[in-house]
Write a protein that binds this ligand. Structure first.
Ligand code: FE2
Length: 352
């Protein structure tokens, strides 16, 4: 696959030279201003972004910040090569983990090629699966076995707890992580099953699948409470900014890793592995890790994705109301089966 690169510079003769130099080896898009660069990263996927820091009155760093904070943008894992007329040692020290390369003007074509090559290599390392340690594999296997063994009693428990409100009152963001996670899991189950009922999916098999998926979807990052428990999207963004490459890779891939671990268990229906794999996908292809479009997301995954989102909104959003959640969901979740899920949610919350 040929790598796609975005070059952003407001100096037009230099922009032309950069594009010419890189076009031999890569597919190259270019922008001469930050506004256009923002539009491009919202509709393309780049391996590397060559970015001038001084763009008229604006700063190229705005684009870096945007991509780090917007984890659902596929370019969040793109590499950066920074261009500037003035790069201090302090700047290099503070930013070397964020950028694959820094070029001080004037620079030679060889230097540009070398830095972009490094950027592409860094990007490819991020796209590939992270290393799964024996310890991690062991802890995932233990969790799966536990849920398989406990399934009958979990089903009883789910049948006996009726009100989501009751469960939510017990979800504490400050308390013990295991307790918090247990309760969050229960709310996801209740929300999933409420949507299933509205869709007239009544079988015990369906119930089992959602219970498994709810307990197991984040098991590859359960050893990292900072990635699972956060008090707001802003707090999560602050964590994401500080992650190193291997942690970012783990976060991007945790759905694939969990799905793979579950797939080996015959007792667990295959649909569960698919639901886990797809739990961060979005119908506009801007989810992760596989950037599926709405036609590739299964109906069960669509229910699960919306149920998780609903749970997060209930826990994190102080101003949560079902009506407001549904209004936002109607914009976010379009196409294929998602429209039916939204209709089911309206039935659940008795909203017309
Ligand atoms: Fe997740």
């Amino acid at each position: 696959m040929t790598n796609k690169i975005l070059v952003v510079d407001d100096n037009l003769p230099l922009l032309e030279l950069l594009v010419l130099e890189l076009s031999d080896e890569y597919i190259v898009d270019f922008s001469s201003c930050l506004e256009d660069a923002f539009l491009k990263v919202k509709s393309n996927i780049y391996s590397c972004i060559v970015l001038d820091i001084h763009l008229g009155k604006r700063n190229g760093g705005e684009l870096v910040k945007y991509l780090i904070e917007n984890f659902d943008n596929p370019n969040t894992i793109a590499s950066f090569v920074i261009i500037s007329g003035y790069i201090t040692e302090e700047f290099v020290k503070n930013n070397s983990s964020k950028f694959s390369g820094m070029l001080m003007k004037p620079f030679k074509a060889e230097e540009l090629n070398e830095k972009v090559k490094k950027g592409i290599a860094d990007y490819e390392a991020r796209v590939n699966m992270p290393t799964i340690t024996e310890e991690m594999q062991e802890s995932m296997n233990q969790r799966i076995s536990l849920v398989v063994d406990e399934l009958p009693s979990i089903i009883e428990d789910v049948k006996n707890t009726h009100l989501i409100d009751e469960i939510l009152e017990n979800v504490s963001l400050d308390g013990d992580f295991q307790k918090y996670f247990q309760l969050r899991t229960k709310v996801i189950i209740k929300n999933s099953l409420a949507i299933c009922r509205a869709l007239e999916w009544h079988t015990v098999k369906t119930m089992e699948k959602f219970i498994y998926a709810s307990y197991l979807h984040d098991m590859a990052i359960l050893h990292r409470p900072d990635l699972v428990r956060y008090k707001s999207k802003a707090e999560l963004n602050a964590v994401l900014i500080k992650l190193d490459d291997s942690d970012r890779k783990l976060l991007v891939e945790h759905a694939n890793i969990g799905a793979e671990a579950v797939r080996k268990y015959e007792a667990i229906p295959e649909d569960v592995s698919i639901m886990i794999k797809q739990h961060h996908e979005l119908p506009n292809s801007k989810g992760y890790p596989n950037k599926l479009n709405s036609n590739k997301i299964t109906p069960q995954s669509a229910v699960f994705i919306v149920a998780i989102d609903l749970t997060e909104a209930m826990i994190l959003d102080d101003n949560f109301t079902p009506k407001r959640f549904i209004q936002n969901a109607e914009i976010k979740y379009k196409g294929a089966f998602f429209s039916k899920v939204i209709l089911a949610l309206k039935t659940v919350f008795k909203i017309k």
